[in-house]
Design a binder for this molecule. Structure first.
Ligand SMILES: Cc1ncc(COP(=O)(O)O)c(C=O)c1O
Length: 377
């Protein structure tokens, strides 16, 4: 039998903590409850894995998860919540397929890798315009909202609230007038309050902040239904999901884990409490980055992400050594996105403060031990 390749515990015997962006570690309470549910779901004596999605039990489980999410988002009643498969990347296609029937193409704001991928997918289905882009400056900022070229007849305007690969985050939702605002909120979903009522549609893969892989949460306002292009696959047709219930099998176990995660978030004080904690943790890291010439964050301070902290080494050869030392201290998953390189610290909601402090301490020590000979110009 093959065994999983695991990281060893740190010198203090603690399990390693992963700062990877791919999938945030779930809270221990959620993991424990999800483990129980595999064997004995809610004291029923059966495994949650066996629940047919058409059963009363699954309907109740999904309804509870949805109700909790609605409370966390203070979601107005005209919004529908869908628990779908596919990941956000699939919904890069599903969004235009569902919305392009309403107007003359769509506007996309290009702030990094994920919005670039979203607009590339959308352009297969209709006229997609780049309303604003920070590509020319290497995605070091959110383009100034005063320079966005928005089409008042567009079906929608798409933004990515947090660019996971580049570490850029929108502080505020932009004003788009009568054009519905659509957001990929995958990597900062529930990490801060979201003014949901200002969005026409938003979507998130669950594995970063809302549970485990396999689930995509799509929230769509009633008036944006019935605009799907004729070629929209049935399983991706939001209107059909809303009107008929699940068109195909929902990711039952992932919905269950998301429900547990939403309940955990609610017990912690919800997105507002998460935002305060994440701001404190990210400030610790940015303070070291800005104080030590060995490190540089390419993103302008006002647009720096609070949950995806990306930085580079002035002496790139030292990065590998840094990652090795971090690993011996139980700090793993720090490699930047393959398209960008550098270091990336994903805080999401579950990075413990003491692990972030340990990382900040390591960064300081490492910088002192390796005085910067070639600072960034
Ligand atoms: C902002 C953002 N959007 C979309 C995706 C794609 O998500 P998935 O791989 O679940 O389809 C990611 C993945 O990291 C992301 O960070």
């Amino acid at each position: 039998m093959r065994t999983a390749r695991t990281c060893t515990a740190d010198a203090g015997g603690r399990a390693p903590f992963s700062f990877t962006a791919a999938a945030a570690p779930l809270p221990a309470e959620v993991v424990a409850e999800a483990q129980r549910g595999l064997i004995d779901w809610g004291g029923s004596g059966r495994s949650v894995l066996d629940l047919p999605f058409g059963s009363e039990e699954y309907r109740a489980l999904a309804a509870d998860a949805e109700a909790c999410l609605r409370r966390l988002l203070a979601l107005p009643s005209e919004y529908h919540v869908l628990f779908l498969q596919g990941g956000a990347y699939t919904h890069f296609a599903a969004v235009p397929l569902n919305l392009l029937g309403a107007g003359t193409g769509a506007d996309y704001v290009q702030t990094g890798l994920w919005s670039t991928r979203a607009l590339a997918e959308a352009s297969r289905y209709g006229a997609v315009r780049v309303a604003a882009s920070a590509a020319a400056s290497g995605f070091d900022r959110v383009p100034d909202a005063r320079g966005w070229h928005l089409d008042p007849h567009a079906s929608y305007c798409h933004i990515t609230t947090n660019e996971t690969a580049h570490g850029v985050q929108l502080r505020h939702l932009p004003e788009t007038g009568a054009v519905p605002l659509v957001a990929d909120v995958t990597s900062d979903f529930l990490t801060r309050p979201l003014d949901a009522g200002r969005l026409g549609l938003f979507y998130a893969s669950a594995q970063k902040t809302a549970g485990t892989a396999g689930l995509t949460v799509v929230v769509v306002r009633e008036d944006l239904l019935h605009h799907a292009l004729p070629q929209t696959p049935a399983a991706l047709n939001y209107t059909r999901h809303v009107r008929q219930g699940p068109v195909n099998t929902p990711p039952v176990y992932a919905v269950y884990v998301a429900g547990l995660t939403f309940a955990w978030l609610e017990r912690q004080g919800g997105p507002a409490a998460m935002a305060r904690a994440n701001a404190r943790k990210s400030a610790l890291l940015y303070a070291v980055i800005d104080a030590e010439p060995l490190y540089r964050c390419r993103v302008r301070p006002p647009d720096r992400s609070v949950v995806s902290i990306c930085f580079d080494f002035s002496q790139p050869a030292l990065q590998r050594r840094f990652l090795e030392v971090a690993r011996t201290r139980g700090l793993v998953g720090l490699e930047g996105h393959p398209t960008r390189g550098g270091i990336r610290v994903s805080l999401h909601n579950t990075a413990p403060l003491e692990r972030v402090e340990a990382l900040a301490q390591l960064m300081r020590e490492f910088a002192r031990r390796h005085p910067c000979r070639a600072p960034f110009s």
